[in-house]
Design a protein around this ligand. Structure first.
Ligand SMILES: Nc1ncnc2c1ncn2[C@@H]1O[C@H](COP(=O)(O)OP(=O)(O)OP(=O)(O)O)[C@@H](O)[C@H]1O
Ligand SMILES: [Mg+2]
Length: 587
């Protein structure tokens, strides 16, 4: 069990001073506390032998109060210090977790459900905190008090001590056995909790879809089933704990009976005095609570270690995409030439053979030129462009920027040069201004306005009552599909990228607005590399070159006119869209 806690050691080491002081308080506090049975024993002895008087009562009562005050202060310090450390470590751990998760590649979040990750960051983290704080504190307290008590108990009568503690091995076996069970059951509870969190989270994010498909009842039913399973698992733990406590109490009761019987016998045969007998009994009584608490502490430990494992899983997952292969200086200037060299790509598959999506793409996009990508849906266009900023890793040497394999660039440098407007827009729950300025350090308002202008959205936002300070996303206003896309475009333009990639990023914008945006972009992107993905001829016809991607292969490549002359996929698309346009006009 201790080995499972190993990941926590580096964190605990940081606070060794605190632990030291906390332990010192624990030791002194218990050294004071063990005086209580002794004082009462002495009082009993004294008054039985020499009679009761007010003076004596005040004397012993005063002593007890003094002990209680000192003990309370030390107890307070102990809790404050030890529990405080657990909060500090929780803080460190949470930061490290976030930092680590922030570095994971996009594919990581494809393989792990958000709700599960959130559950680990909240529930499991707090279980670890309970382990680091209360569990360690109670353990230290119990160990120190028991050791001190044992010292006095043995001093009074070794025989009596042995007899009274005889049921203890049983208690220890019971606790070990139950501990294992608790651990197993708790792990299954946490796994189920992760499931429930993920389910709830997906339903909240997908609220629109669920309503549109009238799936509320079905979802409620599914959630209820998961929730019931969670409770069923929780109840199994409750039953176990419910058995553990009374069993412990029973064994301790047994202990008390033994010490009464054997102790009484010892008193009758004059081997120990009545005062010693009183002291002994009180000690036994005081030992009860720590031993019972041990059951609780074991529970905390078992929960905590189960959670440490789950958190450790997050912390040890190596980011699959990092700077390992970087050979180029950070901040190296990138001109913007992009080349694919016999690029074959398959998404990492969790099970079975990975399916190849791109089959040997060779294509060079000179710096400062524009390339348009068209092709049937699912042909691999988004996949191809996502390899440039290394959202997924292509085989080494198959994607080059400025003639160098992209893995040679530090991620920051590479990604700093690429502005990607993804097919699916994502906005943060913050203001429009901050959404646009995302990722651009110390951005001025004037830059934000310029970017918004390039994306042809400035005026639309300016008529909002709060303008660019309007909150959007989950906590604010919902933008229209086209407004979202243009916000994302402004965000990319804001970074002044050497390579701008628009992945079908104007699909929700009407053709008239699109034309204006493209015109503006051509001006802004003068001398920079642009990659445009679209299903619309109107979007792509003015690009320097157009590539047609069909089932992961480049089927056609050339200018608008060249491709029309080929009479292939592109020419067909053109004819169809021309026809549609004419129909629309005449209709
Ligand atoms: N993250 C992923 N993991 C596994 N497979 C993926 C992933 N993303 C896309 N695919 C698969 O790769 C293929 C190409 O998808 P891609 O998104 O590149 O197509 P696309 O050309 O952009 O299509 P569209 O025009 O509809 O946007 C599809 O068969 C898709 O199922
Ligand atoms: Mg796509």
């Amino acid at each position: 069990m201790w080995m499972k806690l190993k990941p926590l050691f580096p964190y605990m080491r940081r606070y060794w001073r605190g632990y030291l002081v906390g332990m010192l308080c624990t030791v002194v506090a218990n050294a004071v506390r063990v005086q209580i049975p002794r004082i009462i024993g002495a009082a009993g002895h004294d008054m039985l032998k020499a009679g009761v008087s007010w003076e004596k009562i005040y004397h012993y009562a005063g002593k007890l109060i003094a002990v209680a005050i000192v003990y309370s202060i030390l107890l307070y310090l102990m809790r404050w210090i030890l529990i405080g450390i657990s909060r500090d470590i929780e803080f460190d751990l949470r930061n490290d977790l976030f930092r680590h998760l922030e570095k994971q590649s996009a594919s990581y979040y494809q393989e792990h459900r958000t709700g599960d990750i959130m559950a680990r960051m909240t529930n499991d983290l707090s279980a670890v905190r309970m382990l680091l704080g209360p569990a360690i504190m109670y353990t230290a307290n119990t160990v120190v008090f028991s050791a001190a008590a044992l010292y006095y108990l043995l001093g009074i009568s070794p025989l009596l001590t042995l007899a009274a503690l005889a049921p203890m091995p049983l208690v220890s076996i019971l606790i070990q056995y139950m501990g294992r069970k608790i651990h197993e059951r708790f792990e299954r509870i946490q796994a189920m909790f992760s499931d429930i969190s993920a389910q709830a989270q997906e339903n909240f994010s997908g609220a629109r879809l669920v309503r549109a498909f009238a799936q509320e009842e079905a979802q409620i039913g599914a959630f209820e089933r998961s929730n019931r399973e969670y409770i069923r698992r929780a109840l199994r733990l409750v039953r176990l704990m419910g058995m553990l406590w009374p069993t412990l109490e029973f064994m301790l009761g047994l202990s008390m009976v033994i010490s009464l019987l054997v102790g009484g016998h010892e008193v009758l045969s004059h081997r120990i005095g009545i005062g010693q007998f009183i002291t002994f009994t009180i000690f036994m009584y005081m030992l009860m609570w720590p031993v019972i608490a041990l059951g609780y502490v074991i529970n905390l430990f078992e929960r905590g270690t189960a959670s440490v494992v789950r958190i450790q899983e997050l912390l040890t997952a190596e980011p699959s995409i990092d700077d390992r292969g970087a050979t180029v200086q950070e901040g190296t200037e990138i001109r913007g030439e992009v080349e694919f060299r016999d690029l074959r790509f398959a998404y990492p598959a969790e099970t079975g053979e990975p399916v190849e999506i791109l089959h040997g793409i060779s294509l060079k996009i000179p710096a400062g030129t524009s390339l348009a990508l068209v092709g049937p849906t699912g042909s691999g266009k988004s996949t191809l462009v996502s390899l440039i900023p290394r959202l997924f890793d292509a085989p080494p040497g198959s994607v080059l920027v400025d003639g160098r394999p992209i893995r040679a660039y530090p991620l920051d440098t590479l990604r700093g040069a690429v502005g990607l407007v993804p097919q699916e827009t994502f906005l943060f729950s913050t203001t429009i201004r901050e959404n646009i300025a995302f990722g651009a350090d110390n951005a001025e308002m004037s830059d934000v306005l310029r970017a918004a202008e390039a994306a042809h959205i400035r005026e639309e936002f300016e008529v909002f009552p709060r303008g660019f300070e309007t909150m959007v996303g989950e906590r604010g206003l919902t933008l229209s599909g086209g407004q979202k896309q243009r916000t994302a475009l402004a965000r990319a333009a804001m970074r002044d990228p050497r390579i701008l990639i628009l992945d079908d990023a104007l699909a929700s914008v009407d053709t008239y607005t699109e034309e204006r945006i493209l015109e503006e972009l051509r001006r802004v992107m003068e001398g920079r590399t642009t990659i445009l993905i679209s299903h619309r001829i109107s979007t792509v016809r003015n690009a320097d070159r157009i590539a047609v991607l069909v089932r992961g292969r480049i089927a056609e490549l050339g200018t608008h006119d060249e491709l029309l002359a080929l009479n292939g996929y592109y020419a067909g698309l053109f004819q169809k869209q021309l026809l549609e346009e004419e129909l629309a006009v005449s209709g």
